[in-house]
Write a protein that binds this ligand. Structure first.
Ligand code: URA
Length: 245
């Protein structure tokens, strides 16, 4: 009986790995050695911070992340509100090293109200861990639109236009050391120009006064493993920037 149970769990793990794009024990994409992990910061995020219930730390104008999250939850500025189960304002720590910006919530995120928690999100967490980043310790994760576009289509320009002010307010409150746009949609919207992701990767950018790094979307890399090498290059660039290199 216990053999059967072990086989069952193994099958579940293999299935999960399959959808994550890697096989356990046989890593097809070897993550090169990274510098020794940075010591854990003295200031830990407040309880609940990782779920977006961030401590009220008002800016000079009284603005807080909780207020932005509350407005997002009640937002009816575009048609995406009609199909949502939950709006997904974002989650992470205040004053993060990196703010990751994706396209918009998928089905799992819509159900949970949390960003990047499906297969692409688990893969993203592994990328971040490879460069000593973690949404519970030193990152904030958000999207250009906060409600799920039906059928995971790209958000329309009017939907992005309605939603971007929330992201702008989050960036200004969080003051991350760097932004990381994942995927063409996020990069196009933050850079204000529509180009293939490969073209975006070539440049150096700022958005709202923050250095902006660009890489592929984890879903794209799950579909096309040949993108792993460029992603690793981008992540190393980001790490080098954070290390002051
Ligand atoms: N893809 C995104 O771009 N954002 C999410 O939150 C989840 C999947």
């Amino acid at each position: 009986m216990s053999d059967l149970r072990a086989a069952y769990w193994r099958l579940l793990r293999l299935t999960e790995d399959y959808f994550d794009g890697q096989t356990r024990g046989e890593r097809r994409y070897a993550v090169p050695e990274l510098p020794a992990p940075a010591p854990a910061p003295a200031r830990q995020p407040a309880a609940g911070a990782a779920r977006g219930a961030l401590p009220a730390r008002p800016a000079a104008n009284g603005e807080t992340l909780s207020r932005v999250a509350g407005e997002v939850a009640a937002c009816r500025l575009c048609r995406l509100c009609e199909g949502r189960t939950n709006a997904v304002p974002g989650e992470g720590v205040p004053n993060p090293a990196v703010m990751v910006i994706g396209e918009g919530p998928g089905a799992v995120e819509d159900r949970s109200g949390r960003p990047f928690v499906g297969p692409a999100g688990r893969y993203l967490d592994r990328w971040l861990a490879a460069i000593e980043l973690d949404r519970r310790r030193n990152c904030f994760i958000a999207n250009v639109v906060k409600c799920r576009p039906p059928g995971n289509r790209d958000p329309n320009p009017d939907e992005v236009a309605a939603c971007m002010p929330y992201l702008a307010r989050q960036i200004d409150l969080l003051r991350p050391r760097a932004l990381l746009a994942v995927g063409r949609v996020a990069a196009d919207r933050l850079l204000g120009v529509a180009r293939p992701l490969a073209a975006h990767r070539a440049g150096r950018y700022e958005h709202r006064g923050r250095p902006l790094f660009v890489t592929y979307h984890p879903s794209a890399v799950l579909r096309d493993p040949s993108l792993r090498a460029p992603v690793w290059e981008d992540l190393r660039k980001l790490r080098a920037f954070l290390d002051g290199a």
